[in-house]
Ligand binder design. Sequence first.
Ligand SMILES: O=C(CO)[C@H](O)[C@H](O)COP(=O)(O)O
Ligand SMILES: [Fe+2]
Length: 227
Amino acid sequence: MSQNTKATCKIGPSILSADLSQLADVCNNMMDNGADFLHLDVMDGHFVPNMTFGHPIVKCLRKHVPNAFFDMHMMVDNPQNWVEDMASSGATQYTFHYEATEDVDGCIRKIREAGMKVGMGIKPGTPVEVFDQYIEKIDMALIMTVEPGFGGQKFMGDMMPKIEYLRKKYQELDIEVDGGVSPNTIDQCANAGANMIVSGTAVVYADDPRQVMNKLRDVCNEKLSRY
Ligand SMILES: O=C(CO)[C@H](O)[C@H](O)COP(=O)(O)O
Ligand SMILES: [Fe+2]
């Protein structure tokens, strides 16, 4: 976890709901419209009942999107198996799921050794207290507000106490929220203390993605200033 800096608000579109045949164009369009990072959803058909893409696509994408922060949301079993491949393909942060590996410490160590930032996520059914023993070793905690696997699902407001728990204890921790986040639900996320805001459907399908991302950022910054 980074020290001496208060968490700042960052908006990361999830391109899960976009036209994946146009991935590079979609990513560049999001960056041109003010995205702070890109949230790339990797699914293996085992950890979640859906599939997307893996490191070969990320490697190609990196050539066309050279400067963006790639937050890899790894919805895969045994995430430790793909750390080196993702690092050499251009991933910036490797966000794995606590539930997906029996060796959380080993996975974290591998990610660090590969030179990436470490994100760890939990599904809605997992208690937030699992973060406590890893907090000094990770850069970001991801609180899922849908069951992972699909975009466009309904936001689970009952996950907010998890974010509040983390924000109260760890002021400088990056806390990411992912799933059903939109201008309608950002107040709850920001009130709870989330600062890395992932939004897929609401941004990618918007007529004006810049306006939606600005709205999310404004609400988040306003609430975060209280912490
Ligand atoms: O990880 C995910 C799903 O497992 C996606 O990042 C998430 O669902 C974003 O899409 P939306 O904002 O449409 O819910
Ligand atoms: Fe995601």
